[in-house]
Design a protein around this ligand. Structure first.
Ligand code: A9S
Length: 165
């Protein structure tokens, strides 16, 4: 299970939290999966497919936009997302949700990696801020997003731990 902390001091209509997950795999392997902005379905469970909308220009660099198709059964079918930052030295990735038929408006996320235990393990920290949708509470919104991120981080750990048995 990821360790979760709610973010304090945000605007009244915003909420957010940070999730921390330790993975039994070296940082370079974790980063190699995480950094592929055009292939989030490598570990994200709710994504059916992903299309890069600006292939010709910056081939997956900062400013790239992807359209993600969501599996059935969730309250959304697509999400349009922009890569705001991809730092291969600091191992930080930032993504913003800029469209789609869901209720997560102004969703911004930052994911960063740190190695521990002499490089045998990697700590993944994923934090986000999002607008609280009309009619929802901050608590419900955080619980919803934390459930999705928690699943994604667990799935990322599973994919990696299978790679290095
Ligand atoms: O994809 C992520 O890294 C994180 C989240 C919270 C994604 C959420 C989502 O893709 C759904 C799973 C479809 C849920 C979006 C953007 C909206 C939802 O309602």
């Amino acid at each position: 299970m990821a360790n979760i902390q709610r973010t304090k001091g945000l605007l009244p209509n915003q909420c957010g939290s940070s999730l921390v997950q330790t993975i039994d795999a070296p940082l370079h392997l974790v980063w190699s999966i995480l950094r592929k902005f055009d292939h989030p379905q490598a570990y994200k469970r709710f994504i059916k497919s992903c299309t890069l909308l600006n292939v010709a220009t910056t081939a997956c660099g900062t400013g790239s936009v992807r359209e993600v198709a969501i599996i059935s059964g969730l309250p959304a079918t697509t999400s349009t997302e922009r890569l705001d930052k991809l730092d291969d030295d600091l191992h930080v990735m930032q993504v913003s949700v800029i469209g789609g038929d869901h209720r997560l408006k102004n969703y911004h996320s930052t994911t960063s990696l740190k190695e521990i235990e002499g490089g045998r393990k990697t700590v993944v920290v994923e934090s986000y801020v999002v607008d609280v949708p009309e009619g929802n509470s901050c608590d419900d919104t955080c619980t919803f997003v934390e459930t999705i991120i928690g699943c994604n981080l667990r799935s990322l750990a599973n994919v990696l731990e299978k790679l290095i048995v």
